[in-house]
Ligand binder design. Structure first.
Ligand code: ZN
Length: 269
């Protein structure tokens, strides 16, 4: 299970409990790990809370988590910090911190009013950077074509099997958070690939349930969804993690530890 604790598109107006300061992001990550998250997905923010891809803003978060003995797999964002950073190496500078995983947004889409730009030449350069650093890409697929693009890059020899997909469903401009969309995307991935769904907003819990039923993996957290119940803010990502730990245990798919997750994803220690 993965916890996405802060993101780049949410702030205190989305949910008053979103961690913004470095210490808050570190604490939210530790809490989510202790609650049962094997992977923590991280974005960085400037001191005033503005999302950034500056490696020097990722560094204190990563250093603090490692110093605190956090065993969770760290998954750093190579996104555009909410459209602020265009397709340049700065997007993936955080790979120098050598996380085990990092997001790899495998195609472009209309995201709100702006274009999330991930053209093929940029993706090829980014794939090479992942390989140089020994970081496994988490292939974020917002739509069907993004899955196809990942397979194309695999066929070009730039991404390695087994691929790991994160279907990001429910963003307007991308595929919806429905059973039909999710199952069609899963039908396209290689048989040895692993997959998870990041359901946005109200799609989060239903997509979690679908993953439990269909052999996918879990992701939750305030980056994706502000609410515990309709109209009721989640108090933390850890609270959302705790709910999934309970449900997964009840349906016979107990959540994996960080080391079990490393084995599932084929991460080299
Ligand atoms: Zn993210």
């Amino acid at each position: 299970m993965q916890a996405a604790v802060t993101g780049s598109l949410v702030d205190r107006s989305t949910n008053p409990n979103v961690p913004i300061a470095t210490e808050e992001i570190v604490q939210a990550s530790l809490d989510a790990w202790r609650a049962g998250a094997a992977i923590v997905h991280l974005h960085a923010r400037e001191e005033d809370g503005t999302p950034t891809q500056d490696v020097e803003r990722f560094r204190p978060v990563v250093d603090a988590l490692r110093a605190a003995g956090c065993e969770a797999i760290l998954n750093l964002s190579t996104g555009s910090a909410g459209g602020r950073v265009k397709g340049v190496p700065k997007r993936w500078q955080c790979l120098e911190l050598e996380p085990e995983l990092a997001s790899f947004d495998c195609g472009s889409l209309n995201f709100g009013e702006w274009l999330f730009e991930n053209p093929l030449p940029f993706l090829r350069d980014m794939a090479r950077a992942f390989r140089e650093r020994g970081v496994k890409p988490e292939i974020e697929s917002f739509d069907v074509g993004h899955v196809q693009t990942a397979i194309r890059l695999r066929d070009e020899g730039l991404l390695d099997d087994p691929l790991h997909f994160q279907f990001v469903l429910g963003v307007r401009g991308g595929a919806p958070g429905t059973v039909e969309a999710a199952m069609f995307m899963r039908s396209l991935i290689p048989s040895d690939a692993t997959w998870s769904i990041c359901g946005i907003g109200r799609a989060q819990l239903p997509m979690n349930m679908l993953c439990l039923m269909q052999g996918g993996h879990l992701r939750t957290g305030l980056e994706d969804n502000a609410y515990y119940h309709r109209g009721c803010y989640a108090s933390s990502s850890a609270e959302l993690v705790e709910r999934l730990v309970r449900i997964a245990g009840e349906v016979g798919r107990p959540v994996a530890t960080p080391d079990e997750t490393r084995a599932i994803l084929g991460l080299v220690p």
